[in-house]
Design a binder for this molecule. Structure first.
Ligand code: FAD
Length: 334
């Protein structure tokens, strides 16, 4: 790639993955972020960090599984904190038909019995008769992962200017990658926000090695261990663009789920409540759209960490093609 200069707007997971992919391919990159610090105002800061392409297959397009599987490899190369322990799907026994229905809609799993559940997650011993185990799935702590991407960028000389509110048309550079998440709706009228809420708790009486999904009629509930007794419980998915704090109903449902998984969560401390809007297009799949020198990379929906590496690759591929096109007249002149 010719050393094109690229401005990336937004230091969420989309912006940081795009910036790193472009820098690794030789572009001169600068990132601008309107938040004053990493994570401030970013949906990515609220994410659970599940990299679960095959579980997601139960409710999403096959493309999510294909792109997501490749992204797990990308994270393993860029973030040493990636945990590859798989994930577990459980259901309270009265709803066991739901587990079978979930299994019908996905693949890459094993049916496991109570003994295997106890071997994988000793603290869940005796609580479930059957579960689905997805051994190839992974998870990460999104906040540590974003911080690591910033370090990787710094190693390549890519600066991030925090506290800079910039619109793509005003941005310098041969190309601009608009990764403003939901804020890009001024340019993407078909982008919608899907409200997600989460609770973070600390509980030292239980240890989990992997994310646990609990099938629920309304909420795709899960608990992700973050280490040091910290657990993220997520996440509501509400077709609403209301910003603002977590509702009592959502907090009750999320905390009930944790308590149902294990009563030890009854004594947990609530550390944080968080909410944001996931940026999504109508089909809930991400897209890269080009308008002149501006590329808009958006629509990560509930798959920000799962699909950002694939989105970044698409952005870098698109810019490389443009660079070759731009080079042709120069070569002819030579
Ligand atoms: C509760 C919850 C749980 C989730 N769990 C998961 C999960 O387990 N796995 C998963 O893969 N995904 C998950 N997601 C989805 C994921 O968080 C989103 O898909 C992802 O964060 C979208 O990333 P983004 O970079 O497009 O947007 P953002 O993270 O919002 O980043 C956009 C950035 O652009 C900046 N910005 C906006 N306007 C400007 C401007 N004019 N100038 C400069 N900067 C600007 C913003 O400040 C922001 O930092 C979850 C989401 C929520 C809410």
């Amino acid at each position: 790639m010719k050393r094109h200069s690229v401005t990336v707007i937004g230091a969420g997971v989309a912006g940081l993955c795009c910036a790193l992919e472009l820098a690794e391919r030789g572009a001169r990159v600068e990132v601008v972020e309107r938040g004053r610090a990493l994570g401030e105002g970013s949906c990515s800061w609220q994410a659970g960090g599940m990299l679960a392409p095959w579980c997601e297959r139960a409710t999403t397009d096959a493309a999510v599984a294909t792109m997501g599987a490749a992204s797990i490899e990308w994270w393993s190369q860029h973030f040493p904190g990636l945990v590859r322990n798989g994930s577990l799907v459980v259901v309270q026994s009265r709803d066991s038909a739901d587990l079978a229905r979930f299994a019908e809609r996905t693949d890459h799993f094993e049916w496991i019995d109570a003994e295997r559940i106890a071997a994988l997650e000793p603290d869940l011993a005796g609580r479930y008769r059957r579960a689905l185990f997805f051994p190839d799935e992974a998870h990460l702590d999104p906040r540590r992962a974003l911080a690591t991407l910033v370090e990787r960028l710094a190693e390549r000389g890519v600066a991030i200017r925090f506290g800079v509110d910039l619109l793509p048309d005003a941005a310098p550079g041969d190309a601009v990658v608009d990764c403003r998440g939901f804020a890009a709706r001024d340019a993407l009228s078909d982008l919608r926000g899907v409200r997600g809420e989460m609770v973070m708790v600390r509980c030292r009486d239980i240890a989990l090695a992997r994310p646990i999904r609990m099938l629920h009629p309304r909420i795709p509930l899960y608990i992700v261990p973050r280490g040091d007794g910290l657990f993220m419980i997520g996440a509501t998915m509400i077709e609403s663009e209301r910003r603002g704090p977590v509702s009592v109903r959502s907090a009750v449902e999320l905390l009930n789920a944790a308590y149902a998984l294990h009563p030890a969560f009854g004594e947990a401390e609530v550390v944080e409540l968080g909410a944001d809007l996931r940026p999504a297009f109508a089909d809930n799949l991400p897209q890269v759209r080009r308008e002149g020198r501006v590329l808009r990379a958006n629509g990560l929906f509930r798959h920000g960490f799962l699909l950002a590496p694939a989105l970044a690759r698409q952005v870098a591929d698109t810019l490389r093609m443009e660079t070759y096109d731009a080079d042709i007249p120069e070569r002819r002149r030579a």
